[in-house]
Every structure is written in C-alpha cells, then in structure tokens.
Ligand binder design. Structure first.
Ligand code: UDP
Length: 327
C-alpha cells in the first residue's frame, strides 16, 4: 500500500492516471508549467516511462510531484486526499496492443474506471475521462460528431478497447446523472508527438522509424483509409480548457485536428520530409479498421474557443529531430 505524501491542506491536488504515458506526460508538463497544483501520477509503467517526465522535474517543482506505480484497478488501496481534479488517461491505446493486452485493456477501462470514479466521488473531484474516437468504430457518417452512436463490432480484435471505452463513458454518465459527479468526457482523435514510443505501432512513429532507417514504409490495405492527426500540444491545450470551464454545457466533446489525410499520402509526406529512400510496402490491413476518420470539433470550438493551431506538416517538422535522436 502506498500513502499519499502531501500533507498540506487546501492545495489543489490533481490525480493523473496514466501520467507517464504519451498524452499523460505532456499533460504533466503543461500542469507543472502553467499551474501551481500538486500532481499525483498513477501509472503501472505498462506503456509509460519515468523518463518521459524526468527532464520536467527540478528543484523548484519536485515537491509538487508524486509518482505512484500501481494499476488503476488497485487505486482503492492507495490513500488519496484532497483531490480536486482527476484526469483518467490510463490505458493501452495502440491497435497493435489490442491483441496482446485485450484482457488488461478491458479491466483497466471497466473495473479501473469504476475505482477511479469512486475516488472522484469521495473527493468531490472533477472527473475528466479520456475517451476515444474508437467508440465510433468504423463510422458510417463523416465527419463524426458527438451525436453519432458509432458502428462497432463487439466481437472483433479492436472491441476490447472500443467497447471498454464505451463502458467507461456509460459508467461515467451514470455517476454524473445519479451521483451528481462533475464528469467531462473527451473523445480523443489520432494524436502524435514526442514521448510516443518508437515501437508503439501507431502510424506516425512506425512510418518515421521506417523512413529514417531506410526500411520499407508499411502501408496497410490500399492506403486509401484516412486519419486526421493532431499535434499533442494542441490536444493538451484543449483538454485543459475543458477541465477548467465552469458550467460545462455538454457531456462529451470531440477533440482532434480535422485536417484529414489518406495513409498513403502520409507515407509519401514522411518519406519526402525525411529525405528517405525507403520504398512503400503494402501489407495486410487489421480487422475492423476504420475507413475514414475526422472529428467534427464545432462543439468544443463554440464552447471554449479551442481549435488546433499546428498543421500536420509543422507538427512532423517539430518531431522528426526527436525521433532521429531515438534511433
Ligand atoms: N497504418 C499503416 N501502417 C502501419 C501502421 C498504421 O498503414 O504500420 C495505418 C492504419 O492502417 C490506420 C492508420 O495508419 O489506417 C492509423 O493507424 P494507427 O495504428 O496509428 O491508429 P488507429 O487510427 O487505427 O487507431
């Protein structure tokens, strides 16, 4: 059992599950730089790494950061006090992990989410759920707005993630409706940036690694499927805005960059930007792959004024040097 170390009262304590992961570590950076709150990071290091935040912690802010290595399913065994806000980000999210970690993903987003919601309730904390565009499945409408119910195969390989995230959303809504918990749900669309593992399996690190090492760029299917990719710094600004807004109007918000691109075009773009001589290699597509994906972001735009500021080309330019260093 781990005991929570901050003893100061009346200071806002923020719990970030999955805080050492890709999006979590960027959120930690933002909160350390832009707020004075104490941050409790709960992470089981399944995909997260302490090194993702090492360079953020210094003499001035070290007393504000607590790292607890634990899974969200065991969060009830940790003594947590005075939590004002919870960002619930913990979960595998790469499609290549869905097969290997399916049961873990189901448990994280069901039992884990229930236990984190109970912490929120006990502390009367605002609960921000990181949901996903995957809840739309292989969408039959385009672009996807928040009123769309989705098109998900409950029996497929992706279902462990899609259905457990849908369960997380439903459970969170029950806590909101029945227990009056302040719940805010964000459906996060494809995001990229530093701290995404080189071997994560998602498209940007995969293509960058292949292009930078001269290996074939593996395009799945016919490459005509599309995605809309958001730079992580834009995403974090939006997540923060949703977390602080008073009298929030809706239960759920899409968040992502509507700039849509076909995967084959993305491969060509990365090849060109890295001056790579890699060949394009077509490989088999995964089961139940969404054919097209683009967020309708009018809701978050209208309510917070947020919209992405970094184009895909600019974003790639920013991260290519980081991925070069990682090789
Ligand atoms: N993709 C690809 N080659 C790869 C990895 C991904 O063509 O080596 C494609 C994948 O088929 C999908 C898109 O890139 O259409 C985005 O895949 P990713 O795994 O990043 O996330 P998804 O949007 O599927 O959750």
């Amino acid at each position: 059992m781990v005991f929570y170390k901050f003893e100061r009262w009346k200071i806002l304590n923020i719990l970030i599950t999955g805080g050492l992961g890709f999006i979590g570590s960027h959120l930690v950076k933002f909160l350390l730089e832009k707020t004075e709150n104490n941050l409790i990071i709960l992470d089981n290091l399944s995909t997260g790494k302490k090194s993702n935040i090492y360079n953020l912690v210094n003499k001035e802010n070290i007393s504000r950061v607590e790292i607890i290595k634990e899974t969200v399913e065991n969060v009830d065994q940790i003594k947590l006090k005075n939590i004002s806000k919870i960002f619930h980000l913990a979960s595998h999210a790469s499609p290549t992990d869905f097969r290997k970690h399916s049961l873990e993903i189901m448990m994280t987003n069901s039992i884990g989410t229930k236990k984190v919601l109970d912490i929120a309730l006990k502390n009367n904390a605002t609960f921000i759920l990181a949901s996903t565009s995957e809840i739309y499945g292989n969408p039959l409408i385009h672009p996807q707005n928040e009123d769309y119910y989705g098109n998900v195969n409950t029996l497929g390989i992706r279902a462990c993630y899609d259905e457990s995230k849908r369960f997380s959303e439903t459970l969170s809504m029950i806590y909101k409706r029945d227990k009056n918990l302040d719940v805010r749900i964000l459906r996060i669309f494809n995001t990229y940036g530093t701290n995404m593992r080189l071997n994560d399996g998602r498209v940007i690190p995969t293509f960058l690694k292949q292009a930078l090492t001269g290996n074939p760029i593996t395009v799945r299917g016919d490459g005509k499927q599309s995605r809309s990719l958001c730079h992580v710094s834009d995403l974090i600004n939006g997540i923060y805005l949703i977390s602080v807004i008073k009298n929030i109007k809706y239960n759920v918000y899409n968040i992502g960059n509507p700039e849509e691109i076909e995967i084959i075009e993305l491969a060509e773009m990365i090849k060109k930007m890295t001056c790579s001589c890699s060949k394009i290699k077509y490989i088999e597509e995964l089961d139940d792959e969404p054919r097209r994906r683009r967020p309708d972001i009018n809701r978050i735009k209208d309510e917070t004024g947020w919209s992405p500021t970094i184009s895909l080309r600019e974003g790639l330019k920013k991260i290519i040097p980081h991925y070069k260093e990682m090789l």
